[in-house]
Design a protein. Structure first.
Length: 287
């Protein structure tokens, strides 16, 4: 299903600047999936199964505990308490992406199929240079908007600027029999506003794409593949091509170049990122 806005929280009721400053002062440590990002990408756990701030592993635990980071972010804590149900809530993070991109991928593909997963994203900062995308188009999320980001379809994110872009991210999981998906609590003050979400992108026809593929075929190799993947993944944010077009271009370019090693690698990578992966399975772009 396409990503969509389900309501808006009035952020002017919360003084979040100190919280944002705190989050931006936390030194980044290595994270899972770092290699699929370019630029500065930081996930900070505010609530999780263990209550440990360094624990970024998603689990379908019945318990959710605040971490040290949430205790430092009293206003963000209030946003959560005022508006959201804790039942079914599995993980709360803030995510920052600066001068960087998360390449197209799917989440939840390796998780237990007995659950329905729901990921909410709430931007806490204004940044006109940030874009998100999925299989239906490219869009910008505005501060306070509560988005259901369908992480089970291909999606990506980019920040073309060097300014901070902090999102609050809440992950819910409900057993498939549970038809009562309450995510807002009784005191929630959710505004309902409708707006057109998709941005207009420049057209790109088949022949434009063939030119790109031809160019890629001249420089594709096992040592350029990673850089090319980041480069081609940017196109869909600006041009009207599918979110995963870059994977297809690289596959075709590797065939034209007769580069079997790159062809195998991009096939394995696209399977890993956008088709299926086992729990704990890793794929390295750098190996
Ligand atoms: Fe994702």
């Amino acid at each position: 299903m396409a990503s969509r806005i389900i309501g808006t929280i009035d952020l002017s009721e919360y003084t979040i600047m100190d919280d944002l400053n705190y989050l931006n002062s936390v030194v980044k440590v290595a994270e899972e999936y770092d290699e699929f990002c370019q630029g500065y990408w930081q996930n900070l756990s505010l609530m999780n199964a263990s209550g440990e701030a360094h624990d970024s592993l998603y689990r379908n635990s019945k318990i959710i505990l605040p971490t040290h980071h949430l205790k430092k972010c009293t206003e963000i804590s209030r946003i959560i308490q005022d508006n959201f149900e804790l039942t079914g809530l599995k993980m709360v993070r803030t995510r920052n992406l600066i001068d960087g991109m998360v390449i197209p991928h799917k989440d939840f593909v390796e998780l237990n199929k007995d659950y329905n997963y729901l990921r909410l994203m709430i931007p806490l900062q204004e940044n006109s240079q940030c874009f998100n995308s999925d299989e239906f188009g490219v869009f910008q999320m505005r501060p306070g908007e509560i988005w259901i980001l369908d992480a089970a379809i291909s999606h990506a994110a980019i920040n073309f600027s060097t300014n901070s872009r902090i999102f609050l991210c809440l992950d819910y999981a409900f057993s498939v029999e549970n038809k009562n998906l309450n995510i807002f609590n009784k005191s929630a003050k959710i505004l309902m506003e409708n707006r057109h979400i998709y941005i207009n992108r420049k057209p790109m026809n088949e022949s434009d794409q063939d030119h790109i593929i031809e160019g890629l075929s001249k420089i594709i190799s096992s040592f350029t593949l990673r850089d090319l993947l980041f480069a081609v993944s940017k196109y869909h944010f600006v041009y009207h091509v599918p979110v995963t077009a870059g994977f297809d271009w690289l596959k075709k370019a590797a065939i034209i170049a007769g580069d079997e090693e790159s062809h195998n690698k991009i096939n394995k990578l696209s399977r890993y990122l956008i088709e299926a992966r086992e729990l704990g399975e890793r794929f390295s772009l750098t190996s």
